[in-house]
Design a protein around this ligand. Structure first.
Ligand SMILES: Cc1cc2nc3c(=O)[nH]c(=O)nc-3n(C[C@H](O)[C@H](O)[C@H](O)COP(=O)(O)OP(=O)(O)OC[C@H]3O[C@@H](n4cnc5c(N)ncnc54)[C@H](O)[C@@H]3O)c2cc1C
Length: 388
């Protein structure tokens, strides 16, 4: 399998880096301090036609694969925009894949073009406070009422809900006790986020202040039948379909953040003189940086392998999970090493590496934790019994 980027993929990377060059470290530092969604950045990416990179051409997209989407998202993160930039567009890149695959023609015509044009933003609400990673325990329910549903319940960590127009929502339509499997009886909706029926409360969090994460409170949100994606009760299956591409994208983004940190650390190591020589002349500084480079590049190869498999229509669950794990860990190691390489200045905001260290933590936790990935690899790659 050839994992090198094709000239066309290389061009995507360069074009994105060019757009991102307009949004430098100081832009993201201000966003990190003051918050506020990076609308101008989102608009610049939309205007370049990039939001539809992996969406079908029939709806205004470019019809490219997850590999190209990963190249794009990695370039955003690597530019220094990190997760503040990547998460601002992430959901629009592949989040609506369940609609592409399981939606009706009418739904695709209605939902995809405004998203691709950057006229609408979407958020994704699965996680709940009392369910955590055990999706079968979610309690938010969509109650059928003649020609619509009414949604009641709570979600947590829903990113971009402050600015989103619509929410891709997983809710229970059949009680858990009445279905054969706990993940049965869940349905998927792409609902208008009507603020009269949904309160979005921002979570004060460790980093990525520009991209909000929220607690959502649904109080009878009306959702017309025509906004249900696919069949009632099969929502979990539909979101499973989008999980591998999501992991691939997060892996690519995490490697991008790690590379951003490594570049800053390397530059500082060349410039900072202590004991009469650049600190980068010491092996104690060089070796950790060299290890970070190797770990990031190895993780990137796993990411590209997973992406190539996905684009070829082959199973890629183990590779996508491994890529997400390796990317997040390599990214974290690079960010931590970058802070330490800067000494005291690593702790100062003006050198930007502490922001990267706070943001890379997201990739270690979401969309699935390290522990659950290890459980999956133990089971699927090693044939050990399912442990959870
Ligand atoms: C910044 C951010 C943005 C997010 N954005 C979104 C979003 O837009 N939409 C959305 O739906 N969700 C979002 N999430 C939620 C995210 O996907 C979850 O936080 C993640 O899946 C972990 O779930 P949890 O927090 O409920 O952890 P829990 O399920 O409570 O788990 C807690 C810890 O226990 C461990 N654990 C649990 N069971 C086992 C086991 N059997 N063996 C070993 N360890 C175990 C987990 O690995 C974890 O470390 C976001 C989270 C963050 C931090």
């Amino acid at each position: 399998m050839d994992l090198s980027l094709t000239p066309a993929q290389q061009e995507i990377r360069e074009a994105i880096l060019k757009v991102c060059a307009r949004f430098g470290d100081d832009y993201w530092l201000a966003k990190d301090r003051d918050g506020g969604f990076p609308h101008d950045f989102h608009r610049a990416i939309a205007d370049g036609g990039w939001l539809g990179v992996a969406m079908p051409e029939a709806y205004g997209g470019s019809g490219l694969g997850i590999t190209e989407a990963a190249v794009m998202m990695q370039a955003i993160a690597e530019s220094g925009a990190a997760f503040s930039g990547a998460s601002a567009v992430h959901m629009n890149i592949f989040g609506l894949n369940p609609v592409v695959v399981f939606g009706t023609e009418e739904q695709k015509q209605r939902f995809l073009p405004p998203l691709i044009a950057g006229k609408e933003k979407a958020c994704f609400a699965v996680t709940e406070p009392d369910a955590g990673l055990e999706t079968g325990r979610i309690k938010t329910k969509a109650v059928r009422e003649a020609n619509r549903y009414a949604v009641h319940g709570q979600k947590i960590w829903t990113s971009t809900a402050q600015v989103a127009d619509r929410v891709l929502l997983l809710a229970r339509t059949t009680p858990r006790e009445e279905v054969a499997k706990p993940t049965g009886g869940l349905s998927l909706f792409y609902a208008a986020l009507d603020r009269a029926h949904v309160e979005a409360r921002v979570i004060d969090k460790m980093g990525r202040k520009a991209v909000d994460s929220n607690q959502l409170f649904f109080d009878g949100l009306p959702v017309p039948l025509e906004d249900r994606i696919g069949e009632e009760g099969r929502g979990f299956e539909y979101i499973l379909h989008g999980m591998n591409p999501e992991r691939i994208l997060v892996a690519a983004e995490a490697v991008g953040v790690g590379r951003a940190a490594l570049a800053r650390a390397t530059r500082y190591a060349k410039e900072r003189v202590v004991f009469g020589r650049p600190i980068g002349k010491n092996q104690g500084i060089q070796h950790p940086l060299a290890k970070c480079w190797m770990a990031l590049e190895a993780a990137n190869l796993m990411m590209l392998k997973a992406a190539r498999l996905y684009d070829a229509g082959q199973p890629c669950g183990v590779e996508a999970n491994a890529a997400k794990y390796l990317g997040a860990e390599a990214g974290f190691e690079a960010c931590e090493t970058a802070v330490l390489t800067h000494g005291g200045m690593g702790y100062a905001k003006e050198f930007h590496v502490e922001r990267l260290l706070r943001e890379i933590m997201i990739a270690r936790i979401a969309p699935v934790s390290r522990e659950l990935i290890l459980c999956n690899i133990a089971e699927r790659a090693l044939g050990l019994p399912k442990s959870y």
